[in-house]
Ligand binder design. Sequence first.
Ligand SMILES: [Zn+2]
Ligand SMILES: [Zn+2]
Length: 370
Amino acid sequence: MKNLLLPISFLLFSWLHAQEHSHGGATALTYPDIEGYITLKTDLHMHSVFSDGNVWPTIRVMEALREDLDAISLTEHLEYQPHKDDIPHPDRNRAYRLALEEAREHDLLIVPGSEITRSEPIGHSNAVFITDANHLLHDSPEDAFRAAKEQAAFVFWNHPAWYEQSPTGNPILSDFQKERIKNGELHGIEVINTHDYAEESLALALENDLTIMGTSDVHGLIDWDYTEKGNHRPVTLVFAKEKSLESLREALFDGRTVAVFNELLVGKSDFLEPLLRASIEVVTASYIEDTQVLEVVLKNNCSSDLLFENQMQYTFYTKAPIFEIGAGETSTLRIKTLERLSSVDLRLKALGAYTAPKQHPVVSWKIRVE
Ligand SMILES: [Zn+2]
Ligand SMILES: [Zn+2]
């Protein structure tokens, strides 16, 4: 019996392990590619026990795979190491290497990164695409940023609106940051961090030509902090020429991003409008028999619920001018075109999307009537 049981239990173990290794999850994020670029779903700000996070780095990889992300970065605080007596790690690249090893057989890019951590007015900044985290450890923050630049890192300002560092809950662009921008040492800014979207940070991004970022900054579990509460983690959608570290890096420096948190989308119109256009598919368009009422079925193919306001000269039948199409859902518009047309320009304002503070993009779809 023992001899028989052994191979069976071995097979069972192998099967369980294979199942486990698919990292399947019900919360996969979907956003379509846009013309000329593929859309990479990234979260470039998170922590593990190698700084003040509560999980081993491999968990971050498994969480990302469950959500079908394309790239993550474990950005441990360089200067804040509350677990270092329990987990000594003289090599500050350790979390990155553990994540890289876990991701080896998966299609997930691991970006080497670190969080340069100071009190205000310098604040926190992430340096990603670094070559060696150990060389970012400096007493003076100027030296830390200089070292990041020497490594050709992409550097972004974290949670600029964090009330523990800025009690008004508004970002304050300090002389330190102005100097870093001028020196080409600061390239991006989080407009969404954790649950907070700061339109003042978006204004700073646009004024200073900084790349718009959204990140989870997760310390606990994604499931507990986001999914269980009915949220997706914030992500940065990056529009890259291909799925590779080099293309991702190039796109970040070029500012090709949209920050997303649930139904909130924030980005430059050059990227946000094509993203919204690609997210809505026109399924069918035909006139109701013997009427001038055009029935259009739309499908939302992205993971954000999309809220729209009608911007056409034509009004709707049996629908308010403001309506929502849930993620993955379809919605029917009945457009009163007054005469029978062979094509219509559907024009909608995306009320959950921002291209600047208080400014929504208007998106058009050319609809051909069947
Ligand atoms: Zn921070
Ligand atoms: Zn952080």
